[in-house]
Design a protein around this ligand. Structure first.
Ligand code: ZN
Length: 133
């Protein structure tokens, strides 16, 4: 993956924050996939099938089908996003352990209304800057 500046649409950030705050009332996290369309990161919301409060688990079948669809459209699946209901916009140990190597992770902190982008590489999280468009 080339080093480049990622862009995220302002309306997507607004949507993520609104949705994350709404779901947090039931102690639910939101989650989805990040798709690179060459210009900005597109969000593809997926179901959170985790039964535990304050955690997320994606449905493997859903992830594979989104992947396949993205591939057909010549889009790149580059990572995931999820919200944190009571922690910073920073990947936790289990987030890092569960991420694919060299993938992106966008985290939405609904308490501080913060959204941060990370690259997970060699079991470490590196902050990435992004441009809001
Ligand atoms: Zn997390």
């Amino acid at each position: 993956m080339a080093r480049r500046k990622y862009r995220i649409r302002k309306k997507d950030i607004r949507y993520l924050l609104t949705k994350a705050v709404a779901e947090a009332k039931d102690a639910h996290e939101i989650c989805g996939l990040l798709i690179d369309n060459g210009y900005f990161l597109q969000l593809m919301e997926t179901r959170n099938i985790s039964k535990r409060d304050g955690s997320f688990l994606m449905d493997g079948r859903e992830v594979r089908s989104v992947n396949k669809a993205a591939e057909k459209l010549n889009l790149d699946y580059v990572g995931t996003y999820h919200s944190h209901i009571c922690w910073f916009a920073k990947p936790g140990d289990s987030d890092i352990a569960g991420a694919e190597d060299n993938s992106l992770m966008l985290i939405i902190d609904n308490m501080d209304k913060e959204v941060k982008l990370w690259r997970i590489k060699n079991k470490r999280a590196y902050p990435l800057s992004f441009e809001i468009i």
